[in-house]
Design a protein around this ligand. Sequence first.
Ligand SMILES: Cc1cc2nc3c(=O)[nH]c(=O)nc-3n(C[C@H](O)[C@H](O)[C@H](O)COP(=O)(O)OP(=O)(O)OC[C@H]3O[C@@H](n4cnc5c(N)ncnc54)[C@H](O)[C@@H]3O)c2cc1C
Length: 438
Amino acid sequence: MTETAHQGSSAGIPDETDVLIVGGGPAGSLLACLLARRGIRTVLVEKQTSLERSFRGETIAAPSVASLNALGFGPALRAHGFLETTAVTTIAEQRKVLRVDYSKFKGLPLPIDIPQPGLIRIFNEHTEGLADHVYLSGWSFGSLIEDGGTVRGAVLTRRGEKVAVRARLVIGADGRFSKVRKASGLVADVQPMARDFLSFLVPRPPSWGSEAQLVIEGDRHLVILPTFPDSLRIGHNLPKRGLGDLRAAGFDAFKRGIMSISPQLAPLVDEHLHTWDDTGFLEIFTAELEEWARDGLLLIGDASHTATPILGQGVNLAMQDAITIVPVIAASLAKGGQDKVVTKAELADFVAKRRAHKIHVTGFQRMQEAQLAVGDPRGIKLRSLRFRLLNNLPGKYRIFNKVINARHEIDPVDLAAARTAPKPVRTGAKALQEAGRD
Ligand SMILES: Cc1cc2nc3c(=O)[nH]c(=O)nc-3n(C[C@H](O)[C@H](O)[C@H](O)COP(=O)(O)OP(=O)(O)OC[C@H]3O[C@@H](n4cnc5c(N)ncnc54)[C@H](O)[C@@H]3O)c2cc1C
């Protein structure tokens, strides 16, 4: 513990808890809810005071939609509203070469688009009424509390104030630039992808329907995603560190470039895209770790493995981590008293399985990105041929099923807890410190 950190009970922040979760994104907020439903004491620390955030992944793949329904979030999702995506079509050099119809995946609902603030709010509202759960918004992770190589909690900070919270497990769910990961000494192999991404929104005309598109022209491409409630989100690749050159060439040139890739999109872009301020930049890299855990510490979501946006898997992978780790944590905590931490050995099986799946997904993404980056005429022809062959392959749906629809178990205890869980509190997650600290 650092010298200036003090125990936080005077502010209503507990001195100790079972699980201290850093990061209230999709992974952390869902995990907090599922643990609290089991009566496990949780503290969820989120550095932002608002759920509103710049754009993040919004696609929830079919198996995760099924899981969210099974875990009792269906009514809240429907009350919020979402958009079902029916298919994705790949258009290469102005020709349709591959179509994946999501209704062909047997026994699964359609994938949905829901903005992250809405999704996270739903998780938080389902957690808020549960006993022994504390949500600290506006507090940041500062450092780990360690004892002989075992993690025993964390020091949290807010505007110069420091509070120590001891825990039997610290979860780093703090995203792609995870500070918990850095503090833990677990080393990430960070690989920049050759290209980055610029994205923007245009209104979605009713005639567009609810199909996503991947539109490729030479070594440039657009990802076009129907977005809730009434937009199209367009992502465009750009060379690594190429934003400066793109801007130097001028906004009109950028616009004309986009319009030349997709004539269908061109009138919408022409009418609705006005300045660079309408666009958002995403640096694309992957981060992979051999080890995700230490005694008393686990990384999940983007902190444990950062994927690329290809096939929209980041939110999914994050939520699947949360769903599948719950019974492992519960079993470990049931074994001992407050001094018993969740050990690396107890987490090993979870890490091995999740890591293998994430590596599989990232491998597919890398292959896809390599295809998209092809620019020579022969390579372009070959790429089109490959897409068309894949389109006609009898095993097409089996291949995509493995990457985007990998099933995951939900523990029966969590299914039962969902059935008896209290109704969500509709006031939005309370910010404990705002009530008690100042
Ligand atoms: C601009 C952008 C676009 C993306 N587009 C896509 C896409 O199209 N498709 C896709 O599948 N994925 C996309 N992703 C990735 C997707 O959003 C993530 O995979 C997903 O959100 C991971 O969830 P998470 O809970 O692990 O982490 P995050 O969603 O990153 O949540 C981490 C949380 O931790 C909080 N936090 C960070 N540091 C601290 C700290 N020190 N103390 C306390 N709290 C902290 C953050 O405020 C945040 O709320 C995109 C990501 C970005 C940034």
